[in-house]
Design a protein around this ligand. Sequence first.
Ligand SMILES: Cc1cc2nc3c(=O)[nH]c(=O)nc-3n(C[C@H](O)[C@H](O)[C@H](O)COP(=O)(O)OP(=O)(O)OC[C@H]3O[C@@H](n4cnc5c(N)ncnc54)[C@H](O)[C@@H]3O)c2cc1C
Length: 326
Amino acid sequence: MTDPVDAPVTVVGAGIAGISCARAVAAGGIDVRVLDRGRRPGGRMSSRSMHDRPVDLGASYLTARAGTPFAAVVADWVDRGLARPWTATFAVAGPDGLRRTTTGPLRYGAPAGLRSLVEDLATGLPVSSSVAVREVAPGPVVDGIPVPAVALAMPGPQAARLLDSASALAREAAAEQWRPVLAVVLGWSGRRWPADLHGAFVHDSPVLEWIADDGDRRGDGAPVLVAHTTPEVAARHLDDPDAAVPAVVDAVRSVLGIDADPGWTAVHRWSFAKPAAPREEQFGLVDGIGLCGDGWHAPSRVESAWASGAALGRALAEAVRDQRPR
Ligand SMILES: Cc1cc2nc3c(=O)[nH]c(=O)nc-3n(C[C@H](O)[C@H](O)[C@H](O)COP(=O)(O)OP(=O)(O)OC[C@H]3O[C@@H](n4cnc5c(N)ncnc54)[C@H](O)[C@@H]3O)c2cc1C
């Protein structure tokens, strides 16, 4: 059997936190591998090709606080044309129409979809897709293979399924509350909403929380919207997300005053979309088993997940270096 000290550190999860973690481990001079059950890296920065263009189904955009290391990563993406400054201004709507606008931090989109940014960050890392990890036992041992350390870069309840249920780490992870969301994509043959909409936060609606203009954020002007439901609607339809679509279509048409049904729709279910109470700590680490992602380093956002993963990666690299014979 391989000596765990010589095996690569294993990162489970190729979302932005896992990839950022793996990069930090590798930057510390330690071998690393990344395993993900999905077909491609990205996790909740998910873009799927629909009607010949990518549509963002998870995160709507990303932010980058000025002066942070993540801001430098985003600036590099912008320089290379992978990310684009989108907008700082969105509409605020009620169920029956647009009410006002609100301005906040600059939001960035990606012409090829947010997934393309995670894939770019993963360049050069050994990432194995379509590999579902089943068990992370004390040691740590990942599906029977001893490793010097492991990072679980995913929502706590998903991590808890892999861990020894008696461990304190597993109990804490399992206790995290996460909210579900349905993302409903609506496509028309032409644009039927204000050109300066960008997106709309929807208040007081039993159905909707947010509508994004996907063509606007992507920069191709396609007449496609992505609506995110309230957690309550998502929770009621987790077993049959398609059944929620008619109510979402009606709600979007009412908010934006659109006089026709979309020509096509699609729906994606996020059972663990957002943590109800993300922790302040950057990551968890007990006996070589680390947890990171947007359940850590509040508030829950792409930039927090990146920073959480990077901080855990640095800690794992240091811990593994300390284990090695000098
Ligand atoms: C609907 C929605 C809207 C959002 N909007 C925004 C927004 O506008 N702005 C923003 O900043 N953030 C937003 N977020 C949050 C943002 O998407 C997350 O903060 C970020 O993508 C989390 O990254 P992560 O790497 O921590 O987790 P994830 O992206 O969830 O990655 C976890 C990975 O682990 C893998 N995995 C899980 N279990 C296993 C297993 N057993 N074996 C192998 N692999 C496994 C999964 O396949 C996945 O790829 C939104 C999220 C959702 C769902």
